[in-house]
Write a protein that binds this ligand. Structure first.
Ligand SMILES: CC(C)(COP(=O)(O)OP(=O)(O)OC[C@H]1O[C@@H](n2cnc3c(N)ncnc32)[C@H](O)[C@@H]1OP(=O)(O)O)[C@@H](O)C(=O)NCCC(=O)NCCS
Length: 182
């Protein structure tokens, strides 16, 4: 794709993208999006067992419980859910907001950036200027581009049988972040 075609597609997504809170009614679309984004985006950095375990978690009722713990936002183009991102108070120390569930269906057109900016603004509005994210290796360059830095590496436990190798990344918000939603 030429860079001008990529730029005009980015503008198209920018104009058409509608960001709104995700409710229980959307969870089937969320599962579908997360499973396909993982297969396409993260399969190369996870073992077969890690990927299968995660895909099984996404299908399980427990996944709804995990989603319900978050303030989660979706990005739609018409009726298609094309991305999600969420935030939640970090359970480690309560001082940082944890950004999670960043998944995009059409990567490379700025959808991930727009969704993360939205949840950053939401977290900041709730009083958080420190942000944390646990990023799988494929997503580290994306978060670095958005101003996050790797603090350490380890494992994120998503349940008794689901542990993922991640980089723990941090960002400090130095100025107000503008949200799209009022
Ligand atoms: C990681 C992911 C969310 C990125 O979303 P996206 O919509 O493709 O990202 P954007 O187009 O908004 O990119 C924002 C910036 O990051 C850069 N970027 C994104 N992915 C990158 C990569 N893999 N390597 C280098 N830079 C990258 C973009 O070039 C862009 O830079 P720019 O500011 O110069 O334009 C998406 O690829 C995805 O869903 N991956 C699979 C699921 C996943 O791994 N989620 C993260 C779990 S922690």
């Amino acid at each position: 794709m030429s860079s001008s075609a990529g730029a005009s597609l980015s503008e198209f997504y920018d104009r058409r993208l509608v960001i709104a809170p995700i409710g229980f009614d959307h969870f089937a679309d969320v599962r579908n999006l997360h499973a396909s984004a993982l297969r396409e985006g993260a399969a190369s950095v996870l073992s077969e067992t890690e990927l299968d375990t995660l895909l099984n978690l996404i299908k399980s009722p427990r996944y709804s419980d995990l989603l319900l713990q978050e303030e989660i936002y979706g990005g739609w183009i018409d009726d298609e859910l094309v991305g999600t991102a969420s935030w939640h108070t970090n359970s480690d120390d309560g001082r940082a907001a944890r950004i999670s569930w960043v998944f995009v269906r059409h990567p490379g057109f700025g959808i991930g950036r727009r969704l993360v900016t939205e949840v950053e603004a939401r977290a900041q509005h709730s009083g958080f200027n420190q942000l944390a994210v646990s990023a799988t290796a494929n997503a580290i360059p994306f978060f670095e581009r958005l101003g996050y830095q790797v603090a350490s590496r380890g494992v994120r436990n998503l349940g008794p049988e689901c542990a993922l190798p991640v980089a723990f990344m941090r960002k400090f918000l130095l100025r107000p972040v503008r949200a799209r939603l009022s």
